[in-house]
Design a protein around this ligand. Sequence first.
Ligand code: CP
Length: 304
Amino acid sequence: MQKETRHFLNLPDIDPDVLKAILKKAHALKKQKFNPPQLFKGLSLAMVFDKRSTRTRISFEVAMKQLGGHTIVMNMSEIQLGGAESVESTANVLSRYVDAIMIRMSDQAPMEALARHAQIPVINGMTDESHPCQIMADLLTIEEKLGDIEGKKIAWFGDSNNVSNTFIQAAPIFGFELAMSGPEDLFAGNPHYVADPKEAAKNADVLVTDTWVSMGQEGKTLDKFWPYQINADLMACAKDHAIFMHCLPMHEWEEVSEEVAKSPASVIYDEAENRLHAQKAILAWCLENAGVSVSQKSFNFGNE
Ligand code: CP
């Protein structure tokens, strides 16, 4: 019987118990970071990017390789997808070569179409709408620093974007409280919106932000964002143990002050490292059924 193909595209599409199991697995794989299990021996991951990346590209590549697998990295400008070849054809062809695809695309719809046509898992490496791998790494970081995510208060400041969208999706799944503060016009209809940033930060366990200038928004006017900068005054409204998070890259020192970003409360580089461990766990869930792929057949070239 054909096993299900496990895509990791949007948090709400995945069973909450599975997401919690992936988070638990991420903790376990981090504990094994100096002796990683060779789960992906013989398996290959194709990575496709239509935007720049440091963390996503390197952490997926290292995650796959540390667990025994291989990677192929392609920019959209280097492959036929988006030019002469359709999403359907690309999905069918890649399904004959590799065991999973990680893709970063601006538009969510072609990524979802790729997953519909692929016979292998497709992982969302960030779209303009969502960034689920980032949020799994963030939750891993919060649990490491502060314990169980359930019941924690996360306060988001600044822009409304793919990362804030994914925090909204994650809140009911993982049972954390979310307050969001930024220019009112960007948060219209958002049930987590709190106009006063100090009120949003009150009693928070985590203060988090992202750049006010997402990729492709260069030249944007920043005047309306300054009241939502995370600085020492805002941190002082949160719990004593509160941590500062940022998915990076930062625009120094716009959305966060240098004082906060370099303070003991800042966990930004642990957060960046945790992309590696969270994605190992995501890949492990996606690839558990990889037995349908061509790569699972082992052979010894020359002896067969
Ligand atoms: N946070 C994040 O996704 O970083 P990159 O754009 O460098 O991959």
